[in-house]
Design a protein around this ligand. Structure first.
Ligand code: ASP
Length: 290
């Protein structure tokens, strides 16, 4: 059955501190890429693989997503997530969702159980509850903010996954606790389809960085448009989009995989936690260049 090469890229956020070790995160991402390789070789669809791996990152507590999320200025945990299925361009997203272990599962519920793309706040929570998603009983003991442990003013540790499966299907998923001490109700780029997350029949994209800049540059959609209309490679398109983010004053990273298995994972911040399953089957992982 496996006719096309499979490929996968994961990110654990582009906000890294120069002197901190990210060995644990990189090791974790590497192990997830291995799991992704097995799942893809077993014939699992790209959409199931990105959901599975994003959920694993959410529950790990190692990133600013799910368990490791940053609280807003009032100490509440409002989480964003999005998922997109390239072949049918179906998408689901949740914004400012409180009280659930896996926002990416809630985003998938929006895609599969409603005619909508994005549900926010209480409406998103009600859908998640109705569908029996696991709830966070006690937020103060459940969440272990990864960024607070780093003593950082701005937390950027969103997680994302993009995959190409054996049948040539592309999918993308992104999940985040957003930025540390954000204003209540703030929504970042991650759940906005075309800003932080995108998948179509050409490419799957997930972004990380200060979301406001990725929204104002329509980063993920720009990557897709440059590939579709200018025939750029995923790497060229991602680098162009990051330059645009930079022009506005921001920085961050973008991961992408194209329909032929070409992967891209550039960043213009200090580093980006990432792991890559290359189309030749190799896995690489790291946080900085070199
Ligand atoms: N993009 C995310 C946001 O602004 C943050 C991140 O990438 O870590 O919500």
């Amino acid at each position: 059955m496996a006719s096309s090469p499979v490929a996968l890229v994961l990110h654990g956020g582009a906000g890294v501190l120069a002197r901190r070790s990210y060995d644990r995160e990189v090791e974790h991402l590497h192990s997830l890429a291995e799991r992704g390789r097995t799942l893809l070789h077993d014939g699992m669809s790209a959409i199931d693989v990105v959901a599975d791996l994003t959920r694993a990152m959410e529950v790990s507590g190692l990133y600013v997503a799910g368990k490791g999320s940053a609280p807003n200025v009032e100490g509440r945990y409002e989480l964003d997530a999005a998922i997109m299925d390239g072949p049918c361009r179906m998408a689901g997203a949740v914004a400012a969702l409180e009280g659930f272990v896996s926002p990416i599962d809630a985003a998938r519920m929006v895609m599969e159980k409603t005619p909508h793309v994005l549900l926010a706040g209480d409406g998103a929570a009600r859908l998640a509850r109705k569908n029996g998603l696991e709830e966070v009983e006690d937020p103060d003991s459940y969440y272990k903010p990864a960024a607070v442990a780093d003593n950082r003013a701005i937390a950027t540790g969103t997680v994302g996954a993009v995959a190409l499966d054996a049948e040539g299907r592309l999918a993308a998923a992104t999940s985040t606790g957003g930025t540390l001490k954000k204003t209540p109700g703030r929504v970042g780029d991650c759940p906005l389809i075309g800003s932080g997350t995108w998948a179509d029949t050409e490419v799957a994209v997930s972004c990380t960085g200060q979301g406001e800049y990725f929204i104002r540059s329509l980063a993920a959609g720009t990557v897709a448009a440059r590939i579709r209309y200018l025939q750029e490679s995923p790497d060229e398109a991602c680098r162009w989009a990051l330059k645009d983010v930079k022009r506005l004053g921001g920085d961050g990273g973008i991961i992408a995989v194209g329909k032929d298995g070409r992967v891209a994972f550039p960043w213009n911040s200090e580093g980006m936690k990432h792991a890559v399953l290359h189309p030749d089957g190799r896995i690489t992982a790291g946080v900085k260049a070199g």
